[in-house]
Design a binder for this molecule. Structure first.
Ligand code: BJW
Ligand code: ZN
Length: 273
């Protein structure tokens, strides 16, 4: 195969220097060193729940108060955190490469907004954003970084509680729409399991993937579709794919041109520096 020696940083630098159109796919691991728990690691629990049990439309219908507590907590964690060296190195690479007339785009599965806060401007948010809400009644999507998002959630959402859970918050007191007199129940503007990605967002991601000549995959377990299919599609065109992860992801390992094992806060600045 055309596979270059895995983990060969010098060979990677040669490929990186020659590429004119880089697409970076990121997942929760890129934010791990900012203190934001990943989904499938040990930190993927909130109270007794697996994070992925609460990120579903069914969970929200059953118990919107519980799901809002979970998202309120995560919003507060993200607002108190900062971009790390991997985010910063990606933002610097974007500035440098676009100034040279090249293309550099990030497709992120993350909902934390840390790429933008690090200074990246070409970012596609595949799974939505913790800092956006969507109204169940009128459909309005709005940026919202209020802390707390509503009074009733103040002090709620702690990941560890002693004794029985506090009573549910009445739905009237959960975040409500402020579009005119709508007052509909708001939900996080996030793609939950079983929900489709926004069509325009997916099309944008697919067109970037179709034209890139180098693809970096950083901090994702590559198990959640459709994002899990992105690196295989790029590799099928003969485009080199480089993974940066503390563990290698079995689902994409065989198609990699490069694999840099380790915390991306160290490996990514070295690769892009
Ligand atoms: C480090 C590090 C460090 C740590 N440095 N690295 C086809 C086949 C099978 C199933 C499906 C399919 N098509 C659709 C599905 C169903 C489903 C799916 O994929 N299920 C799979 C689990 C099998 N997909 C969907 O439902 C999607 N919708 C869809 O396709 O609609 C149409 C449809 C529906 C149903 C059937 C068929 C078609 C929507 C997916 C939405 C994903 N939403 C979530 C929750 C967001 C909400 C929230 O944030 O609360 O998005 S799930 C969760 O996983 C989150 C993440 O974005 C996503 C990906 O996780 P990620 O980022 O990879 O995190 P981890 O934790 O898994 O991995 C972290 C990695 O970092 C690890 O590898 C670590 O080693 C590494 N790491 N520290 C470098 N310092
Ligand atoms: Zn509304």
């Amino acid at each position: 195969s055309a596979r270059v020696c895995l983990s060969d940083m010098k060979a990677f630098h040669d490929v990186f220097k020659k590429s004119k159109n880089v697409v970076v796919l990121t997942g929760a691991g890129v934010s791990a060193e900012s203190g934001i728990p990943t989904f499938r690691g040990a930190g993927g629990f909130w109270r007794t729940y697996q994070a992925t049990d609460l990120a579903t439309p069914t969970a929200f219908k059953r118990d919107p108060s519980l799901v809002w507590e979970f998202y309120h907590y995560r919003r507060e964690v993200v607002m108190a955190s900062s971009p790390n060296k991997a985010h910063t190195a990606l933002a610097e690479a974007e500035r440098r490469l676009t100034a040279e007339g090249h293309k550099f785009n990030i497709i992120t599965q993350n909902v934390d907004g840390l790429h933008a806060r690090a200074g990246s401007t070409n970012v596609v948010e595949l799974h939505g954003s913790l800092m956006k809400t969507r109204c169940l009644k009128c459909g309005e999507v709005r940026v919202n970084s209020d802390s707390p998002i509503c009074e009733a959630l103040r002090g709620r959402g702690l990941p560890k509680i002693e004794g029985p859970s506090p009573p549910s918050i009445p739905t009237e007191e959960l975040p409500r729409c402020q579009n005119g007199g709508c007052k509909g129940l708001l939900r996080p503007h996030i793609v939950w399991f079983g929900e489709g990605l926004e069509r325009t967002v997916l099309e944008k991601a697919e067109s970037l993937l179709a034209e890139c000549d180098l693809c970096l995959v950083i901090g994702t377990s590559s198990v959640v579709y459709p994002a899990a299919a992105f690196a295989p599609a790029v590799a099928a065109r003969g485009v080199p794919v480089a993974e940066f992860n503390v563990e290698d992801s079995p689902t994409i390992h065989d198609l990699l041109a490069f694999y840099f094992k380790g915390p991306c806060g160290s490996t990514v600045p070295e690769a892009l520096g």
